[in-house]
Design a protein around this ligand. Sequence first.
Ligand code: AMP
Ligand code: GLY
Length: 428
Amino acid sequence: MKILLLGSGGREHTLAWKIAKSPLVKMLYIAPGNAGTANIGENIDLPVNDFSVIKQFVLEKEINMVVVGPEAPLVDGITDFFEQDIQLSHISVIGPGKAGAQLEGSKAWSKKFMQKNNIPTARFLEVSPENMSEGFKFLETLKPPFVLKADGLAAGKGVLILSSLKEAKDELKNMLNGKFGAASQKVVIEEYLQGIELSVFFVTDGTHYRLLPEAKDYKRIGEGDTGLNTGGMGAVSPVPFADAGFMAKVEKQIIQPTIAGLKAENINYRGFVFLGLMNDGGSPFVIEYNVRLGDPETEVVLPRLETDLVEIFKAMAENKLDTITMSFLPQTAATVMLVSKGYPEKYEKGKTITGLESVNDSFVFHAGTKQENDTVLTNGGRVIAVTSLGHSMDDALAKSYAAIDEINFEGKTFRRDIGQDLKEYVTG
Ligand code: AMP
Ligand code: GLY
């Protein structure tokens, strides 16, 4: 089978690594990829949002399957583009069509979907410029902090959490006046949820589903969960508080009604679902849906997956996910992200990375890197994720931190407290 994987981050390097292990794969192309994926398959410089350019490439190379890493091509309809094109419709695309991608592409749509399907989530109101005063009134009924979300995709920056009512009202006005461009023409105001967050992933063919390992990610730049939000600074899997009782509630109260709800809307969803959940005293609430894998969660989820991922994809494409048995390694996986100094604000690129070859006991997943001759250079805010497997979380973390000592680039920045908040939940 010939596979084209779209994307260029740590998630995609990990996907490429896992896909390439499958005996079903004859050739793997990654567009555009990074210095890590270049060692696994062939990087191709294609724009992931230009479907006609992708079409040409897919036909020329006789690609059988397209795996979509990031959300934007899904929200823009790449799956529908393939299904509707007579030359492409036989090719499987792993990822939902435009309708299903609204779960991530429109916060208002996803909140209404949850409400309709009785899926536990925070109380909310959808606001547009016409009913801003209703928005103010709803805010007055809530207790601080106040949560405002741009309806559309806003590069991970569209959620504001504000401590005073005045700030919340001012920001609501700013958002509706275009603070996030078209993405905040509509805004969702939400009640603030208490508890501890985790990420749960499943794959579905629209009828059946299979869970992947769950993970906890660390979003803030600073230790102790302080400072600005980032794409993610590290992750751990499994999550000790996601015990069998909790996960049974997630399946019954969230996953099964999600699949039934999509079916009821006539949405044929084939792909990953990423549930951003809050665990409030043992009860799960959906903070958000994503229609892709998480980053850096993928860097701990896939190393624990023993099942052949391409077999899973093939079964999804054939509506036979019920034939797949999932198997996970019992070990803990921990990843720590090395980022550029200044990230998530301004940072420099093009710094030489050294020491990668000295890492033996961990996986080095590239995020923002590029190869120039024999040198690997930084090429993004998040640069490298170092993942280790261990018999305990401490063991996995110790291996990752030891590997990090070997890797150097000017401005290397990382959090030293990944996983520390989970210690109180670890038993035995
Ligand atoms: P989202 O993009 O919807 O995942 O929101 C980004 C982050 O904001 C989440 O990971 C949470 O940490 C936080 N957040 C979003 N919505 C809520 C909520 N209703 N209550 C508490 N925290 C929230
Ligand atoms: N780590 C969170 C995300 O991928 O959205």
